[in-house]
Design a protein around this ligand. Structure first.
Ligand code: ZN
Length: 150
């Protein structure tokens, strides 16, 4: 393992043990639960939006370290940003899990960039994308309900 991989491992363990944004929102604007039956992961995401900005974003669930750390990393970089920015981060993350991206493009992903190493383990990719897929569903639910569409 090289230094970078070691750092990535540490970030994943840190987010797993000390998750950011773990909790439940009673009356969210959007909510989505997704399962990854291959690994037994479960993530429920709660999103509150005000004036086009993600005011509150929390998740609950259980599963492997990668799935829970990824949801935590996603919460950290998508809470407090505009829906547009969150969509952009989501697109970057999705691309990163398929192919290599230049370092500077990964910057907005914060700690979530550390999950790019998971790309080499096909069976674990869904673990890393589960929380982000839930975000995608919540954002499309929001744009439908507000009639904005795209
Ligand atoms: Zn998993």
């Amino acid at each position: 393992m090289n230094d970078v991989e070691e750092l990535y491992q540490e970030l994943i363990v840190d987010h797993y043990k000390n998750p950011r944004g773990r909790g439940v929102i009673d009356d969210p604007d959007a909510k989505c639960t997704l399962f990854n039956p291959l690994c037994g992961d479960e993530v429920t995401l709660y999103v509150c939006v005000e004036d086009g900005t993600i005011k509150d974003l929390q998740f609950s669930g259980r599963g492997c370290a990668i799935s829970q750390a990824s949801a935590s990393m996603m919460s950290e970089v998508c809470e407090g940003v505009t829906v547009e920015q969150a969509r952009h981060r989501l697109a970057t993350f999705t691309t990163m899990m398929k192919s290599e991206l230049p370092e500077e493009e990964l910057e907005p992903l914060g700690d979530a960039a550390s999950l790019q190493g998971v790309r080499r383990f096909a069976a674990r990719i869904r673990c890393a994308t589960l929380g982000w897929e839930a975000l995608a569903k919540c954002l499309s639910e929001l744009s439908e309900s507000s009639g904005e569409g795209e």
